[in-house]
Every structure is written in structure tokens, then in C-alpha cells.
Design a protein. Structure first.
Ligand code: NAI
Ligand code: MG
Length: 326
């Protein structure tokens, strides 16, 4: 039976790189039925609603969702979408590739980011003029779930180093619970791990990324550290991600709508195509996922390359080269 894939291109370069990923999937011998849906600034401008009910339903009913990027409505789109698919884990691999001029060419990191709470709880208020607050939510259940996922991911993908990032020296209650719960999970599983204060970890990741493998993070820390790692390996055009829940999942590049280059046809499609590779593996097409990743790696190594990687090729030329390799 065909897998139903919701395709939500969104705004800016999201609308440019999403068709690239769909084109690559179309070159494979897999049985996918694509259902396109709207979200983001453009549909908000038209209808007043950045995430139409119809789009929620399409994502909820599909076997998986491919999402490009939204612009200024990102928080109104991607946070609820991650909820719609029930994803508690955001997986963000950051690897350096042969042939690319990376700041740190020996990087192979995977951020496993708690995807439902922390400072992204959305519980903010204006107490009075000039004073606003935010409630940071951390639960033992979500912390346990993300830690179990992170340790399992490390084992399945052959990573020996697991680091639990936190800032419990300051956020004693919330990150205290996070790190307490995550270390308990590691102990119960009999697995080795380190804990690291997230600010110092940021420095160590820049200087010695080769010392790290899977990094289990609270929500905001995972968001920031994964962009930092993007800088180490060649930029946001390279980082895919998976939002995984028990029954459903959404795949998206780590980058946003990139208004500075949108409309020029020069966005790097690699992050989006690699997100599609993660989706293939999630749906059980392991071999196809690896083929797609291999094709992207070959093209990154040999070109053509988009301007963010020092080349002068277009999104379409890079996509065609990937399809060619397949
Ligand atoms: P961004 O990721 O869109 O861009 C940051 C920088 O990286 C820009 O210089 C951009 O040109 C470059 N870049 C990103 N992806 C690239 C690609 N595929 N190829 C070549 N260069 C690439 O982040 P920024 O500028 O902070 O945000 C722009 C908009 O995107 C904002 O409106 C923000 O709200 C939204 N956003 C949406 C996200 C989502 O939908 N999940 C995530 C992050 C930001
Ligand atoms: Mg981000």
C-alpha cells in the first residue's frame, strides 16, 4: 500500500527546496502518494490563518510529513505541527562531508532535542508595562522519554558518546529534573554518558566536536547547539531533522525561510533532501535512504554546489545532479 506523505512547502526557500526533495523521492522506486498543503506567512496573508485546519488534518492523517520552512509565522506553524504529529523528539544530525571546507571537518554529532516543553511552552505574559514573563515547563515524563530515545538512538546508530546537556547549576528545579531523570535512564540502561553545562559545552563543541556523539538536550539548548554545529560543518544548508513521535513523524531542514536569498533559486537543497532521506529510513526504506544520502554526499564532494558552499550552481542544478547520481 502506498505511503501517504503530506508535503508542506511553506514560505521563502521552503517553497524552493521542498519540490527538490519531492523530485528526488520521485526518482526512487517507492510507493508514495503526495498530498500538498499550505502553511506559513503567505496563507496567513490570504486567509488570516498561518496553519489552516485542513493542513493540520492532512499532516495528522498522513504516514509522514515533509515540511519546508515558514517565515515570521514559524512559531505558529511548526510548533503546532510538531504537536499534530505527536513528536516528542527532534533529531538533528550535524556531520561534516568530504570535500567541503568545514570549520571542523571531523564532526559527527546528533542532537536529540526535547521537542515539547522547556522555554518553548508558549506560556508568556505581560505582567504590566515593561515586564514580561515566560514559564519554563519541564516534566519527568518528557525528560525520561527524550533520554530513552537518545540512548536508544545512540545504540542503534553506533555512537559511543552520549552527553546530557543542561544548566542545572542555575535552573535548579527545571534542569535539575531534566538531568536527574536523564542520568537515571542512563544508569538503568547501564550505559556510559557524560553531563555537560550547556554554555561550556557550546565552547567544547566548537573546539573538539570529535569528542562528542549524541547530545541529549532540553528544547532551547538543542535548537541553539544544532545551529552552532551547522556552522562547524558548512552552514544551515546541510542540516536535516526529524520530529519523531510514537505513531507519526515530520521531517524538515533545520533552516528557516532565508528571506535574504529567497526567490533567487540558489538555496542549497541538501538539508531538505537529507530530511527526505531520514523520512525514507523512518518508513522502513533503509536502502533508499542510504542511497539518497550517498548521492547528496557525492554531489557535495564533486559539485555542483550552491553559493553558500562557495559554488555558483542553482537549486535546480544541484537537485538534478542528485537525481542523476540515483
Ligand atoms: P534561516 O535559517 O532562514 O537563515 C539563516 C542564514 O542561513 C541565512 O543567511 C540564510 O541565507 C542561510 N541559509 C539557510 N538555509 C539555507 C540554504 N538551504 N541554502 C543556503 N543558505 C541558507 O534563519 P533566519 O534568517 O534566522 O530566519 C529567517 C526566517 O525563517 C524567520 O522569519 C524565521 O522565523 C524563520 N524560521 C523558520 C523556521 C522553520 O520554519 N522551521 C526555522 C528557523 C527560522
Ligand atoms: Mg532553529
Amino acid at each position: 500500500m502506498a505511503h501517504e506523505i503530506a508535503v508542506i512547502p511553506g514560505d521563502g526557500i521552503g517553497a524552493e527546496v521542498t519540490p527538490a526533495a519531492v523530485e528526488v523521492l520521485g526518482a526512487l522506486d517507492v510507493d508514495f502518494e503526495f498530498v500538498e498543503a499550505d502553511a506559513g506567512d503567505a496563507v496567513r496573508d490570504e486567509t488570516g490563518e498561518p496553519l489552516p485546519e485542513e493542513t493540520r488534518e492532512t499532516a495528522a492523517e498522513a504516514d509522514a510529513t515533509l515540511f519546508g520552512a515558514a517565515g515570521e509565522t514559524a512559531a505558529d506553524v511548526i510548533l503546532p505541527l510538531r504537536e499534530v504529529v505527536g513528536s516528542f523528539a527532534n533529531v538533528r544530525p550535524a556531520r561534516s562531508y568530504p570535500g567541503l571546507d568545514a570549520v571542523q571537518p571531523d564532526t559527527d554529532l546528533v542532537f536529540v532535542r526535547e521537542n515539547t516543553e522547556g522555554v518553548y511552552s508558549g506560556i508568556e505574559s505581560e505582567i504590566h508595562d515593561g515586564v514580561r514573563t515566560l514559564t519554563r515547563v519541564v516534566t519527568g515524563d518528557a525528560s525520561r522519554e527524550i533520554a530513552e530515545f537518545g540512548f536508544r538512538y545512540a545504540r542503534q546508530h553506533g555512537y559511543d558518546d552520549v552527553t546530557i546537556a543542561h544548566k542545572a547549576n542555575v535552573m535548579r528545579e527545571t534542569d535539575g529534573l531534566f538531568v536527574e531523570t536523564a542520568t537515571e535512564v542512563g544508569d538503568d540502561l547501564g550505559r556510559a554518558y557524560d553531563t555537560a553545562l550547556m554554555d561550556a559545552l557550546a565552547m567544547h563543541l566548537v573546539m573538539h566536536p570529535e569528542d562528542y556523539g549524541v547530545v541529549i538536550c532540553p528544547n532551547l539548548a538543542g535548537d541553539m547547539l544544532s545551529d552552532l554545529a551547522a556552522g562547524l560543518v558548512g552552514g544551515l544548508g546541510l542540516l536535516p531533522s526529524a520530529n519523531v513521535g510514537p505513531e507519526n513523524a515530520l521531517f524538515e531542514p533545520v533552516h528557516g525561510s532565508a528571506p535574504d536569498i529567497a526567490g533567487q533559486g540558489i538555496a542549497n537543497p541538501s538539508a531538505m533532501i537529507l530530511s527526505a532521506a531520514l523520512m525514507l529510513e523512518h518508513l522502513g526504506y533503509d536502502e533508499d535512504g542510504q542511497r539518497v544520502r550517498g548521492a547528496v554526499e557525492d554531489v557535495l564532494d564533486e559539485g555542483p554546489r550552491t553559493p553558500d558552499l562557495g559554488g555558483d550552481a542553482s537549486t535546480d542544478e544541484v537537485t538534478a545532479a542528485v537525481v542523476d547520481r540515483l
